[in-house]
Ligand binder design. Structure first.
Ligand code: 4AD
Ligand code: MG
Length: 480
């Protein structure tokens, strides 16, 4: 007999057509109550199916081995359920234990466990309801990314993971080398001689695929990347990973306004896709947060339920302001005047997380796009505005998360680009090919980067970014 997946089994059109027939299921035991009711899950859906065991018909040895997260194969008759809460159940006829799991040694228990503990058991945490929902939604968002761009005619481009240029300036990099640390050849000046290394030059893991995506944009018109990126910053926060995934569209003939329109449409599309297609997983995560917040004081609870917040973000336009307006709003705000911000707000310095949160959560109470930042705090490739003081950069800020997107219109004027490189101390010859793009058939263009885990974090409502990636890499952690 062929195995039926539980997601299939639970569809009315399937079970109505198969009532009183025998089906074959395989999966993990979520609960075994009264030696009679198995809640079985095979990962194809957050929902379990109830298997009713008449234990007199089964060997005691088998019954003993049906325990939390043991893996079983069951064939049985599909019948309408007698109990409340489910429409069908399976009357077990035959049970085979595929994989025992001794509950005494098994690190996961059928009760609430801390996220920190589960991170240490990452090889098992996907079997829990919470992570099952999170990683199903992570998949959904990844699929929706490709669908969104494919439907719009974008070309998916794979940019290199190992990069020979360290000019992106987006953060600290991880060095890639085949040298043994103790035996690296050195130059006469006593520095490591990377000309003898594998690639004949110093190489790193990429922090962004943008500069290469620009090559694609000036050939195909519109491209996007979706790949892993690496930053060796020592940021131990709930929003930073050393290895994370980024989606970077890059579009010829776009200016900063087009860029913001695309960013808003894109993230709303992703959220809508999950709302439309994964209601059960979202409902589970929504309830999980409500349960967690039940005993919290009111001011610590989230202002909206998870699904309510997602709907709110797709139903309302994002607020759009300039950096200069943001600074004015912040300097006139109550927390600023009362000295409640830890960091000062002054034109020319970067907005801190606390400032971004004020704008999004207190002032506008919705996502905010801030644009036209001072050139001094942004990357060399961002297009210089006519005021000569600001660049055409934009950040999309979300409630609870802060920055989910950073993007800009790119500097397409060669002379200005060279000046900005020099000001940033970047050797011009290193980016010879980037300059060539401006010399030969250059075009105005723009793009942005969406932090994949940050948007998954927002959609799932998980408090820590480490809980939306299967195997988080953070300072001091690279297990699994
Ligand atoms: O703002 P960032 O640094 O922008 C770039 O890298 C540009 N090259 C993008 C572009 O224009 N094509 O990073 C983009 C996004 C951030 O907004 C944030 O969501 C995410 O990447 N991000 C991180 N996510 C997790 N952990 C980290 N350490 C992150 N650093 C950035
Ligand atoms: Mg940024």
């Amino acid at each position: 007999m062929k195995r039926t997946e539980i997601v299939q089994l639970l569809k009315p059109e399937f079970y109505q057509a198969h009532l009183e027939q025998t089906v074959l299921l395989m999966g993990w035991v979520k609960a075994f109550r009264a030696n009679r009711f198995i809640a079985l899950n095979d990962g194809s859906t957050i929902n379990n199916v109830q298997v009713v065991v008449d234990f007199e018909n089964f060997d005691e040895e088998i019954i003993k081995k049906i325990s939390f997260h043991s893996c079983i194969k069951v064939s049985g008759k599909l019948i309408e359920s007698q109990g409340a809460g489910q429409s069908i159940e399976i009357q077990a006829e035959d049970i085979e234990i595929l994989g025992e799991s001794n509950p005494a040694d098994y690190p996961i228990q059928p009760k609430r466990m801390t996220m920190e503990y589960l991170r240490e058991k990452a090889h098992f945490r996907m079997r829990t309801n919470t992570f099952s929902a999170v990683f199903r939604i992570r998949h959904a968002v990844a699929y929706a990314v490709h669908k969104f761009f494919n439907d719009k005619g974008y070309i998916y481009m794979h940019t290199p993971i190992i990069t020979g240029s360290d000019a992106e300036g987006a953060g600290e990099m991880f060095r890639v080398t085949t040298f043994e640390p103790q035996q690296a050849p050195t130059t006469e000046e006593g520095e490591v001689d990377y000309s003898q290394d594998f690639f004949g030059k110093a190489t790193n893991l990429t922090v962004s695929g943008q500069l290469q995506a620009e090559i694609g944009a000036l050939a195909f018109g519109k491209v996007y990347t979706f790949g892993p990126t690496f930053r060796a910053e020592n940021s131990n926060t709930s929003r930073h990973l050393a290895e994370f995934w980024m989606i970077e569209p890059e579009v010829a003939f776009f200016d900063i306004m087009d860029d913001m329109d695309l960013a808003e449409e894109f993230v709303q599309y992703l959220i809508n896709y999950v709302l439309d297609n994964y209601p059960d997983d979202l409902a589970f995560l929504d309830k999980r947060i409500q349960d967690e917040e039940k005993n919290m004081p009111k001011e610590k609870r989230r202002p909206m339920g998870l699904i309510e917040q997602l709907r709110f973000v797709v139903d309302n336009d994002f607020e759009r302001i300039t950096y200069t307006e943001a600074v004015n709003i912040l300097r006139n705000s109550k927390p600023y005047k009362k000295g409640k911000f830890e960091y000062d707000v002054e034109w020319g310095t970067d907005l801190q997380a606390e400032h971004e949160r004020f704008l999004v959560e207190k002032k506008f109470k919705k996502p905010v796009i801030v644009r036209d930042y001072p050139k001094g705090i942004k990357a060399f490739y961002m297009r210089l505005n006519d005021d000569q003081k600001t660049v055409a950069a934009m950040d999309v800020l979300f409630p609870g998360i802060g920055e989910v997107i950073g993007g800009s219109q790119r500097e397409e004027r060669l002379d200005v680009l060279i000046e900005r490189c020099e000001a940033a101390g970047i050797p011009a010859e290193e980016l010879w090919w980037y300059q060539d793009l401006r010399k030969f058939g250059g075009a105005p263009h723009a793009g942005f980067g969406l932090g994949f885990e940050r948007i998954v974090q927002f959609i799932t409502g998980m408090s820590n970014i480490r809980d939306v990636i299967a195997f988080p890499r953070t300072p001091g952690n690279a297990e699994f």
